[in-house]
Design a protein around this ligand. Structure first.
Ligand SMILES: NC(=O)C1=CN([C@@H]2O[C@H](COP(=O)(O)OP(=O)(O)OC[C@H]3O[C@@H](n4cnc5c(N)ncnc54)[C@H](O)[C@@H]3O)[C@@H](O)[C@H]2O)C=CC1
Ligand SMILES: O=C(O)C(=O)COP(=O)(O)O
Length: 520
């Protein structure tokens, strides 16, 4: 008999499904999780919502095989530690998305029509038609940041309001965005042109603090920002600084912690709710049902499709996954992080060909920080399909005698970039970038890469700029493509080269491409 612990408020359908299958289920949303873990060391599966699953909780449950997050965001679960302990972590993507998508409109309408203050005032006997003059959603421009499960439903639900839709999502193709009636634009354009900006991205190292002073300075007067994603994505002090001048409306559903008590954001929030996005009967039912069904499929049929921290075969050296990730990351940066990728093509040579699918997730992780390196390969393919990105696994031509190596090509509308790499003496090595052969660059640390029309003096301009900025060059490779008469300088720098300097150097040397990439 399998033992399942549900230390959270979750629709009873989960317990019903599991009990009917003969599982022993403990559901208790009142006792804290640490105590429950001590009381139930026999637990093999855990279903949580936003509760934190820490190393201490995992250690307290020696029989634990899987944790299911009945919901989308799993930033509250230590997935790396779980992997070390052989615990598979799953989420239930999309299960609660509609609850959040509808909440966006509840918030936008409430803010535009002053629903909360007008109700309070009218109850007190007031009759303030002038003070509560509202605005209408119809015809406004809606900017959706993150066109995933929630973002797509927000787009769909907006149709009745005849809104113009802009979307920013670096891994969604233009055609996929068009399917939802949205025009794919850069983040800056979205912030400058939208009347209502709504965030539907995960919080991670890339997105933390993303909505900052610079982006907020671009918004139109009277614009609205809605955050039903995660608190850490928005810099609330930066909102405070511009709120009055921009007459910015701010609606939030998310806080640094899910707990009662004073809310420091209260002075700048026009609408604030206690993390209610997924808090509908329907979303709770769907997420609970999905969580229970996934546990049954996991134990009975070995289905691990939704695992977000997947392990790899014993005989695959995990450094090759790192290599795939780093080659794709360099390619992604070459194309430009804001430019959508349309097509991926890759070849895995030698022994690597039998492990091809284990490189799909690292490649997706390079396209989006949101995609976990350890996810199931099937999940990677589904992810690419959902984003409208073509994927081709080429037959490796072994007559080339490349040994254990791989080639990864990314294509956007305007640019194609191709990298090949291998591992020699245990060092990851980039051996080719486009037609630059013999690159032999170790993809670690901070890289500053400039491609330019080859002529004397360019390399010294680049190195001088680094010196002037007190940036030490730890390694440099500058191969030449003699046919194109181009050269590429690949510098490993002691610290990241700031974006202004990348732009200035690019201009000074009339670069074809200039970019940085963090390979640490
Ligand atoms: N308020 C609430 O109760 C809820 C909040 N959420 C939050 O909403 C987030 C999104 O949920 P879903 O749409 O279900 O996830 P999803 O995984 O379906 O979609 C996320 C989208 O964000 C995109 N993305 C990732 N990094 C990005 C970046 N730097 N810039 C722009 N786009 C980026 C991804 O490509 C993906 O298309 C979750 O991660 C969670 O934090 C989710 C459910 C309920
Ligand atoms: O699914 C998510 O990411 C959510 O934020 C929902 O959180 P909850 O299940 O309501 O605690």
């Amino acid at each position: 008999m399998k033992h399942v612990l549900i230390p959270t408020k979750l629709d009873k359908v989960a317990k019903d499904i599991l009990t009917a299958k003969g599982y022993a289920v403990v559901q208790d949303a009142e006792t804290d999780m640490a105590t429950l873990a001590q009381q139930h060391p026999e637990t093999e599966a855990l279903i949580v919502r936003s509760e934190k699953v820490t190393p201490a909780i995992i250690d307290a449950l020696p029989n634990l095989r899987t944790v299911v997050r009945a919901g989308a965001g799993y930033n509250t679960i230590d997935i790396k530690y779980a992997r070390r302990k052989n615990v598979d972590v799953m989420n239930t993507p999309g299960a609660n998305a509609n609850g959040v998508a509808e909440e966006v409109f509840a918030m936008a309408l409430a803010a535009y029509r002053h629903v909360v203050p007008a109700d309070v005032d009218t109850r007190k006997g007031g009759w303030e038609k002038k003070k509560f003059m509202g605005r209408e959603l119809t015809g406004k421009t809606l900017g959706i940041v993150g066109l995933g499960n929630i973002g797509q439903l927000v787009a769909k639900h907006s149709y009745g309001f005849d809104m113009k839709l802009l979307a920013y999502d670096p891994v969604v193709s233009e055609s996929k965005a068009q399917e939802y009636g949205a025009k794919l634009v850069g983040l800056e354009q979205l912030f400058s042109e939208a009347d209502i900006i709504t965030l539907h991205i995960p919080e991670n190292d890339e997105t933390r603090g993303m909505v900052n002073k610079r982006l907020l300075s671009l918004v139109k007067k009277g614009a609205m920002l809605i955050n039903c994603a995660r608190a850490g994505i928005v810099n609330e002090d930066d909102i405070r600084a511009i709120k009055a001048e921009k007459e910015l409306l701010f609606c939030t559903d998310v806080f640094p912690a899910d707990e009662a008590g004073p809310k420091p954001v209260a002075d700048i929030a026009d609408v604030m709710l206690p993390h209610l996005g997924a808090n509908t009967k329907e979303a709770n039912f769907t997420a609970a049902k999905r969580a229970a069904e996934q546990i049954v499929a996991y134990f009975e049929s070995g289905v691990n499709t939704y695992v977000v921290n997947k392990g790899i075969p014993d005989d695959l050296n995990e450094n090759y996954q790192q290599l795939a990730y780093r080659l794709a990351l360099i390619a992604r940066s070459y194309i430009g992080r804001g430019t959508p990728v349309r097509q991926i093509r890759c070849s895995f040579y030698g022994e690597l060909s039998k492990f091809s699918k284990w490189f799909y997730s690292p490649i997706c992780a390079a396209l989006s920080e949101h995609f976990e390196f350890q996810q199931d390969p099937e999940e990677a393919l589904r992810y690419l399909q959902e984003k409208g990105i073509g994927f081709e696994l080429r037959n490796a031509d072994e007559s080339k005698r490349y040994g254990n190596s791989m080639t990864i090509d990314l294509e956007s509308g305007a640019k194609v970039v191709s990298l090949r790499g291998t591992i020699t003496e245990n060092n990851l090595m980039v051996s080719r970038l486009n037609d630059f052969d013999h690159v032999y660059f170790v993809p670690r640390g901070n890289a500053f890469i400039v491609e330019y029309c080859d002529r004397p003096g360019v390399l010294s301009m680049i190195t001088r700029a680094c010196g002037d900025a007190d940036i030490n060059i730890e390694d440099i490779h500058a191969p030449r493509d003699s046919e194109a008469k181009h050269a590429i300088a690949i510098l490993k720098t002691s610290k990241p080269v700031p974006p202004e300097m990348v732009e200035a150097v690019g201009k000074e040397v009339n670069a074809k491409v200039a970019f940085t990439v963090n390979l640490s």
